[in-house]
Structures are given as structure tokens and as C-alpha cells.
Design a protein around this ligand. Structure first.
Ligand code: NDP
Length: 293
């Protein structure tokens, strides 16, 4: 049977990190500025702590400074806002990231609104999302995971313009901005969500599928158009016969790879790209703030 090309996000992310390393040292040599990322973690979630640790390590690996703040679960919202305001004013900080989800008693909207749009490297500020949605406007930053998906399509040379794209999922952090980005790239975009009827019929029309659902192996081989390109954002832990937890995507990989022309693996697809885009956004921010090309 035919077998799909594997879109190697780990390799592309490494290439991008190498490019960033070069740029960070060029900037440091030329104007003495080192890009800085502030990362805030509120609460004790293990997964969030892992993401924060990985982001910090990734910064170190390319020469970006990282500043970490950890606050206890029961911190007051005002305390978080105070740190954000200090980072907004701090010239050593070019990017500010508040790890989500926040503790239940905090208002996510207040906190995301407080981040300066010029340092909003996650791209979650409503003004940046609004600009992403509007023609003729440019957001200062685009959310990292969807940006990583598009970057993979570009680097592998898949045409987006004029293609039928289906995004499965409409979350603020992945599905919705992914759909907006594809539209900006001149794809014809359909969004499938939990209330969509006959999703398999709709997905089957797509030349490009981006799936961000969070349901292991939901998208079966029979849902996919032969020759389609699949970007699987899902990271779903599954337990198989009491073996250690394994991570799988939203798309049934074994079935899909016999049908489609290219697909991202999980892990090793979109995951590494997300962090590479965060570093890229932080570098761009420092360049923009210091007017360095
Ligand atoms: P959310 O839970 O916020 O959103 C899930 C979306 O999927 C919702 O829009 C929901 O629809 C839709 N959905 C749920 N069930 C179905 C279904 N049966 N059929 C169709 N649509 C459905 O998740 P996220 O967007 O935050 O994350 C999605 C996945 O991506 C997760 O597995 C997450 O771990 C992974 N992820 C990976 C990242 C990476 O770096 N690779 C980064 C971020 C997330 P509705 O709106 O109607 O509820």
C-alpha cells in the first residue's frame, strides 16, 4: 500500500532553532541586546510545569534569556497583574507568557488583556486576534501552535492558496486562529466542531486537514481524502493494557498514512514547532522593539 510522507516537525523545529541561535548572537554582537522571555506559572499543574520547564530550556538552547515567576495556586489576581505590569515596563523583557490554564478563581480575560500587545508572544491578546481576523491588518504576534502548523506546510512546499482546508476544533488557542491563518493564506476554510453533523463527510472534502480536538484517533482513515495533507495537533495520552501512557494524535495514524500524501506524527510533529514559534516570536519582538533588522 502507498505510504504517506512524514512531516518531520522535530527536524524542522531544529532547523528553526538553529536559525534563531544565529540571529540571537548576531543581534547581541551588533547592538548588545539579548532577547528576553518572561514566563509566569500560577498553580501546581504538573503538565503546565513541564511546558514551562521545556520553554525555559528551549530559550537557553538558543541564547534567549528567560525570567520565570512561579506563584501559588491561591495567589490574588492583582499579584499576577502586578508582575505583568512590571514585565511590560522591563526593557530586558521582550516577550511575556502566562501559562494557561489559570486557577479557576482568576479571570483569564483580565490577565491576557494586561499583557502589552508589543510583548504578547503567545498572540492571545484580543487585539492581536482581532487584527488576525481582519483584512489589511497585521497582528504583532500570531499564536504559536497554529503558526507552527502553517510553517510546516510552507517549509514542505505544500500549496495552501485555493485549497479546501478543514480545521477540526475551534478553541481560542488553536482551532480558531488556525482557521484564520489558513484563510489569510487564501485557502477555503471550513471549521468542524463538536456540534457539526456528519464531520466525516466534511473532512473528506479537504485537501488540508488541521485537527485540534483532543480525542485520540477520532479521525479515521475513511474520513480522509486520498492525497490530503494532515497536520495533527492533538496530544492525547492513552493507556494500552496497563503499559505506560502513550501519546497519540486526533488522527488514527496507521489508517491515515495509507490514504493521505503527508502527515505529522505524534509526538514529533506540531509539538516541537510550537516551542520553536515561541522563540521566533520572542526574537521578532526584540528586533522590533530595538529596531534591528
Ligand atoms: P479544546 O478542548 O480547547 O478544544 C477542542 C475543540 O475540539 C473544541 O472546539 C471542540 O468543539 C472540538 N471538539 C471536541 N470534540 C469534538 C468532536 N467529537 N468532534 C469535533 N470537534 C470536537 O482543546 P485545544 O484546542 O486546547 O487542544 C486540542 C488538542 O491539541 C489537545 O489534544 C491538546 O493537547 C493539543 N494541543 C497541542 C499543542 C501542541 O503544541 N502540539 C498545543 C495546544 C494544544 P466545541 O467548540 O464545540 O466544544
Amino acid at each position: 500500500a502507498a505510504s504517506a510522507k512524514i512531516i518531520d516537525g522535530k527536524m524542522v523545529a531544529k532547523e528553526i532553532r538553529d536559525e534563531i541561535t544565529t540571529e540571537v548572537s548576531r543581534m547581541k554582537d551588533a547592538i548588545g541586546v539579548v532577547p528576553g522571555l518572561a514566563v509566569m506559572l500560577i498553580g501546581e499543574r504538573k503538565d503546565s510545569a513541564t511546558y514551562v520547564r521545556n520553554k525555559k530550556k528551549a530559550c537557553e538552547s538558543v541564547g534567549i534569556n528567560s525570567f520565570e515567576v512561579r506563584l501559588p495556586e491561591d495567589s490574588a489576581e492583582t499579584e499576577v497583574l502586578k508582575f505583568i505590569s512590571d514585565f511590560n515596563d522591563d526593557p530586558a523583557v521582550h516577550g511575556i507568557l502566562v501559562q494557561l490554564p489559570l486557577p479557576k478563581h482568576m479571570n483569564e480575560q483580565n490577565i491576557l488583556n494586561a499583557v502589552s500587545i508589543e510583548k504578547d508572544v503567545d498572540g492571545f491578546h484580543p487585539l492581536n486576534i482581532g487584527r488576525l481576523a481582519m483584512r489589511g491588518r497585521e497582528p504583532s504576534f500570531v499564536p504559536c501552535t497554529p503558526k507552527g502548523c502553517i510553517e510546516l506546510l510552507h517549509r514542505y512546499g505544500f500549496q495552501i492558496k485555493g485549497k479546501k482546508a478543514v480545521v477540526i476544533g475551534r478553541s481560542n488557542i488553536v482551532g480558531m486562529p488556525a482557521a484564520l491563518l489558513l484563510q489569510r493564506e487564501d485557502a477555503t476554510v471550513t471549521i468542524v466542531h463538536s456540534r457539526t453533523q456528519n464531520p466525516e463527510q466534511i473532512v473528506k472534502e479537504a485537501d488540508i486537514v488541521i485537527s485540534a480536538v483532543g480525542q485520540p484517533d477520532m479521525v479515521r482513515g475513511t474520513w480522509l481524502k486520498p492525497g490530503a495533507v494532515v497536520i495533527d495537533v492533538g496530544i492525547n495520552p492513552v493507556e494500552v493494557r496497563r503499559l505506560p501512557l502513550r501519546l497519540v494524535g486526533d488522527v488514527c495514524y496507521e489508517e491515515a498514512r495509507k490514504v493521505v500524501s503527508a502527515i505529522t506524527p505524534v509526538p514529533g510533529g506540531v509539538g516541537p514547532m510550537t516551542i520553536a514559534m515561541l522563540l521566533s516570536n520572542t526574537l521578532s519582538s526584540a528586533k522590533r522593539i530595538h529596531n534591528f533588522q
